[in-house]
Every structure is written in structure tokens, then in C-alpha cells.
Design a protein around this ligand. Structure first.
Ligand SMILES: [Mn+2]
Length: 304
């Protein structure tokens, strides 16, 4: 006979990592937001990419690898007393960017209006624009903590794409760039700087993560802040499964330490974007890293 506490195990979600249903972190799929502290939303969009596509498969892969975080990145029992639901995916019509962004914004507003925090799984980075619109409506002008190898301030086409959103967000007054930080930047800029504080990849490498954390904490202060985590922040050695990888980036350990270093800030929302499973490597390391970051963002939202 086994000594295994099957009832206690069931209370944690009830399945071994390789079995069972796949709500994010085993949360139940439901649109009932009553009493929910947070909801997780999938935004399976890849209409906005400029290079390799595939991020429409990101939410599913992030959910799958999230169940490996139990007892690892996520302490067992962490969800006790916290109602977190998986709201499912926004219904996005293929080829229709306007409809897609409206659907994401509507779902986000529904969740925020219910009083829940929102963690969104992308999807390409275009999704952050409707998400910022919804969060700014709920919380006022935001600070942003932006992990990325690109500034995404490249508003060079007629419509939104994954490289234009953080120019549009400033122009729309959704966030205050002087109170926002872009971390890990290393792609050659082709757009305006728009006034963001930048701690680029070379600065993180040279001065270390503690210095980066200090800049973020001093810049953001007490303001409501939104975290957007583009998985291409990470070096392609740690996150090959993404559309526009840029060599020379931080490690998963550095990402983890920066996220943990943001504890106590007023994190009101966040997303993990640009996971493209068709380009992921053995061990699904990109989705694993992305889902760990997603859990840490959830932790910051609910502990803050
Ligand atoms: Mn990027």
C-alpha cells in the first residue's frame, strides 16, 4: 500500500503533470467570475508578427507547461484561499485584426469590471495594446514594466502590429513612459524612443539584475503597473520558440530574479507573449520559461 496522500493531492489539482485537464495551473475553465481574485485569458493571435508566426498556439502550450510548475516554481497549496479561474480564450477571427483586438479588449474589460486581476497568455505582442486600453480604463494612466529584446516603438505601418504597440500606447495616453521601464532591449531601434526608461540587455549583463530591479522600483514607485513579458527578452538559448529571436539576452535565472525582485509593487495586470511553439526546442523550454514567468506575474498581482 502506498503512503501517498491521494486526497491531499486531489485538493491540489488532482493529476500528475502528464495527465488531466489543462486550465492554466489547473485552474477551472469557467466564465463565472464571482469572487475571483484573478482570471487567466488566452489571446491566440499571430496576425501581428513580422517574422515567424505560430503564437496562436502560445496559450495552449503555456497552459500545458504551467502544470509542471506545481511543487517547483509554485509552492503546493499556493492557490488555497485564492479563487483563480481560467477564462478560456478570446474568440478571434482569422485575418481580422480589428475584430481580434476588440474581442480581447472586451474580454479584458469584463474581467476587470468583475474586480478580478487579469493575466493574459499570448499571442503576439499586439495583444498588449487592447489589454493596456482595458487596464488604463480601470486604473488610470499606467506604469509599464516591459521585458523584451525590442522596444516595439516602431509605428511604421497603417495598422497595429507587434512592433508598434508601445508607440501607440504612449500616443493614446495609456501609460507614462517616464514612469515605465523597458528591460533587455538589444535589437537595433528603427522607431522613436518615446521617453521610456531603458535598461538594455548589455546593462543587465554589465551591472547585474539587482541594479535593474532598483531602476524599476524607483521608476514605478507606488503607481499601478502592468507587466508585459515578451519571451524574446530571454536569450534564444533559453527561449528558441519565438518569432523574432535576438541573440545576446538574459538567462531564465536572471528573468526569475528580476520578477521576484518586483515584490511589493502595485502590479495590476500582466501578459506573457510571443511564445511560438512550432519553433520551440526539446523539453518545450520556451513554454516552460514563459509559464514560469506567467506564474510569477500572477504571484505579484495577488500578493501586491
Ligand atoms: Mn520582442
Amino acid at each position: 500500500m502506498t503512503d501517498f496522500d491521494i486526497d491531499g493531492f486531489a485538493a491540489q489539482g488532482g493529476h500528475l503533470p502528464y495527465a488531466g485537464p489543462l486550465g492554466f495551473m489547473r485552474r477551472p475553465f469557467t466564465r463565472d467570475l464571482d469572487g475571483a481574485a484573478a482570471a487567466v485569458l488566452g489571446a491566440p493571435l499571430d496576425l501581428g508578427v513580422s517574422n515567424r508566426s505560430g503564437t496562436r498556439f502560445g496559450p495552449r502550450a503555456l497552459r500545458e507547461m504551467s502544470v509542471y510548475q506545481f511543487g517547483q516554481v509554485c509552492p503546493l497549496g499556493w492557490f488555497e484561499g485564492r479563487r483563480v479561474v481560467d477564462y478560456g480564450d478570446s474568440l478571434l477571427l482569422p485575418g481580422d485584426m480589428d475584430q481580434s483586438l476588440r474581442a480581447i479588449e472586451n474580454d479584458a474589460s469584463t474581467i476587470l469590471d468583475a474586480g478580478a486581476r487579469l493575466l493574459t497568455l499570448g499571442g503576439d505582442h499586439t495583444i498588449s495594446l487592447p489589454l493596456l486600453r482595458a487596464h488604463a480604463r480601470a486604473h488610470g494612466t499606467l506604469s509599464m514594466i516591459h521585458f523584451d529584446s525590442h522596444t516595439d516603438t516602431y509605428d511604421i505601418f497603417d495598422g497595429p502590429w507587434h512592433g508598434s504597440i508601445f508607440e501607440s500606447a504612449v500616443d493614446e495616453g495609456l501609460l507614462d513612459p517616464a514612469r515605465s521601464v523597458q528591460l533587455g532591449i538589444r535589437a537595433a531601434g528603427i522607431g522613436e524612443k518615446k521617453g521610456y526608461r531603458v535598461v538594455d540587455a548589455d546593462a543587465i549583463d554589465r551591472e547585474g539584475v539587482d541594479a535593474a530591479i532598483t531602476v524599476v522600483r524607483e521608476t514605478v514607485g507606488e503607481r499601478p503597473a502592468y507587466i508585459t513579458f515578451d519571451v524574446d527578452f530571454l536569450d534564444p538559448a533559453y527561449a528558441p520558440g519565438t518569432g523574432t529571436p535576438v541573440a545576446g539576452g538574459p538567462t531564465t535565472a536572471e528573468a526569475r530574479r528580476i520578477l521576484l525582485g518586483l515584490a511589493g509593487l502595485r502590479i495590476v495586470g500582466g501578459d506573457v507573449v510571443e511564445v511560438s511553439p512550432p519553433f520551440d526546442g526539446p523539453g518545450q523550454i520556451t513554454s516552460l520559461a514563459g509559464s514560469a514567468a506567467a506564474f510569477h506575474i500572477l504571484e505579484l498581482m495577488l500578493n501586491g
